[in-house]
Ligand binder design. Sequence first.
Ligand SMILES: [Zn+2]
Length: 310
Amino acid sequence: MIRRKYFYNQKTLSYERVKPSAKRFFMQAGLVLGLSVVLAFVFTWTYSMNFDTPEEAQLKSQNNKLETQLYVYGQKLDSIHGYLSQVEERDEDLYRVLLGENPLEDEIRLAGIGGSENFTFTEDHIISQLDLDKAQARVAVQKSSLDELTYKANKIAGELESQPKITPIRRSDIVRFSSGFGYRNHPIYHIRKFHEGVDITARRGTPVYAASAGRVVIAGNLKDGYGNKIVIDHGNGYRTLYAHLNKINVKYGQEIKLATKIGEVGNTGGSVSPHLHYEVQKDRRVVDPVPYLYGNFSEEEFDDLVSLGN
Ligand SMILES: [Zn+2]
């Protein structure tokens, strides 16, 4: 419906239609348009203040999830630092002490902490790059300490494995220990001479057993006064020597077990009566064999060893 305006013309005494002016029309149209724009702006602004766009809603929920995750990671990292402290403590107070290693220098341990003395996190437990770096460095320091200890432990285990473990003659076969390690008057040459082993008197033909597992590096008579002799290399610098043997049961290069019967007591070389001259060498130097004798085995245990070694 179109509204038309009329006015009363007093001259003509009649109602006449008002002709709209172009100027008025545009002014009205402009006012309506302006109001619409203002209203649209107000509505949009009010809406956006109270309601998120789908993108904003998604980003907000993503952000919440990430914050929760970071909080959890922060707590986990916190507990990793806690466990690390326990491992470090055990390393210092137990492992390094047991294996005779000095404590790690503070500077080395602190290298893992980046100069800071505490590992407390920010109040809201948000992880920082620094927290992660600290954990990584502490683990690296601890790993190198354990590597060092593993090497030492393996070395000790290897040494123990290589050490002479038994007296080479069965206890019940031993007549007596006739001469010890050190200076003595030589029974044949009658001069004061360093005796490089122990002499164990036993009857000719008494079995001689390998004091530890190893490889035969000498088996024969080298005309050096020792008569028929055997030298066994046990590894880690340990060697044993058996001299004046009546009989040799092993060959050069042969791998033998602990308590393998390697020969028999005899009187060959510079010897006045049947006995075993027994030497222990460590890193090419003779050492007193006494600490390596006996080995606390009972006759039965010795028999077991012999049956295992032969
Ligand atoms: Zn001797």
